[in-house]
Every structure is written in structure tokens, then in C-alpha cells.
Design a protein around this ligand. Structure first.
Ligand code: E4P
Length: 218
């Protein structure tokens, strides 16, 4: 399973990229809004100069018509060849996906909460679908079952559309997504950092250092 980092924070993107574990980045309007009013285009361009892989930038949260999304989608795509246009799962959004994908522009249909929404997005020509695992868990519905179901359906029909497991909140989610057949998990930096740890790894490092220093010194 591939890993993307889910953030608009340049420092986090650099750290995850330096670790060598990510091959893409996703952002959303809430993440961009946390970056002190910096324009999205500026942030996306900076991300593209750091990570050589798909970078999802979403159309404006206030743009709800297909025409507007198509216009903004073309602008986002023009920023860099690695740009992916993130479009919300609505009927207007699907119309925009159809047009953008016919122009060779990559799209990521976001806010997917049912398998039927994923089927619609794949048929419209989406490059990626983003089912939101954590937000389903938040309302006591098993988010992982959605990932598993979409993976099974895409496999049966050979859809040329990748599943980005989104709204990942903890390391257990990541393992579950891998087992459920997600192609990609987009993960907050904090969770990537948590994934590096195990108490026995940390204790082991400490013991190796202690034993080594006792004989050889620093
Ligand atoms: C996905 O692309 C979204 O940016 C993200 O995963 C949403 O996560 P949240 O539900 O933790 O806000």
C-alpha cells in the first residue's frame, strides 16, 4: 500500500518526504485554511517542489457548480504536472470529473461515504476515490468495511481507479486499510510518526546504547 501525507504544512511534508515513506500529498480546504491565509496555489506549488508524486488540491469549498469546478480544476492542473484536482462527491462534481478526465486531468473524488458513491465516481472517470474512514467511525459506522467493499467491487470489475483511504486517525487504521485493499492511505504526519514507534524498539535502542557505551564509551 502506498502512503500519502494528508497535510498543508510544508514542514510536515518535508519531514515525511525525507523519511522516504510517502509518494504523494493530499490537502483539503480545512487543512489549507490552517496555513495562515496563504493562497492555495502558492502552497500547492511549494509542495510540488518537494514531493515528486500526485498532489491533491481541492476546488474552492464555495464552488458548487460543475462549470466553476471545471474552471478551477483546469487552473489547479496548470500549476504543475503532478497536480490532482480534488472534487467533492456531488452530481455537479461528477459532471466536472467527466470533463476534466476527458482532458487528461487527474481527479480525486472526495467525501465518499458509500460504495455507490465510489462506483459513480469511477464511472465518471475519477483517477482516485477518497472514502473517509475516521468520520464514519465517528458516527459509529465501521469505516473499514467501506474500504473493504469498495476494494472488492473495484477488483471484480477491474475499475481503473485507485482507492485513497482518507480520514485516517491512528496506526491501527493504517494496518486495517492495507488489509482491506486500499491502494493508498493518506495519513496525517502525526500518525506516520506514531507508526515508527514500538515500546520494545525504543527500549531496545536504549539498551544497545547502554551496553555499547559501557564497553566502548561514547
Ligand atoms: C482526505 O483527503 C482528507 O483530507 C482527510 O483525510 C480528512 O480527514 P479528517 O476526517 O481527519 O478531517
Amino acid at each position: 500500500m502506498k502512503i500519502f501525507v494528508d497535510t498543508g504544512k510544508i514542514e510536515e511534508i518535508k519531514k515525511a518526504n525525507d523519511m522516504g515513506v510517502i509518494c504523494g500529498v493530499t490537502t483539503n480546504p480545512s487543512l489549507i485554511a490552517k496555513e495562515g491565509g496563504r493562497p492555495q496555489e502558492e502552497i500547492l506549488k511549494e509542495i510540488a517542489s518537494i514531493v515528486d508524486g500526485p498532489i491533491s488540491g481541492e476546488v474552492k469549498a464555495t464552488t458548487v457548480d460543475a462549470e466553476g469546478m471545471i474552471k478551477e480544476g483546469r487552473e489547479i492542473a496548470a500549476l504543475h504536472p503532478n497536480m490532482v484536482v480534488k472534487i467533492p462527491m456531488t452530481a455537479e462534481g461528477l459532471k466536472a470529473v467527466k470533463v476534466l478526465s476527458s482532458e487528461g486531468i487527474k481527479t480525486n473524488v472526495t467525501l465518499i461515504f458509500t460504495a455507490n458513491q465510489a462506483i459513480l465516481a469511477a464511472n465518471a472517470g475519477a483517477t482516485y476515490v477518497s472514502p473517509f474512514l475516521g468520520r464514519l467511525d465517528d458516527i459509529s459506522q465501521a469505516g473499514i468495511e467501506l474500504i473493504r467493499t469498495i476494494a472488492e467491487i473495484f477488483d471484480i470489475y477491474g475499475y481503473n481507479c485507485e482507492i485513497i483511504a482518507a480520514s485516517v486517525r491512528n496506526p491501527i487504521h493504517v494496518t486495517d486499510c492495507a488489509l482491506a485493499g486500499a491502494h493508498i492511505a493518506t495519513i496525517p504526519y502525526k500518525v506516520i510518526e506514531q507508526m515508527t514507534h514500538h515500546p520494545l524498539t525504543d527500549q531496545g535502542i536504549e539498551k544497545f546504547q547502554k551496553d555499547y557505551i559501557a564497553v566502548f564509551g561514547k
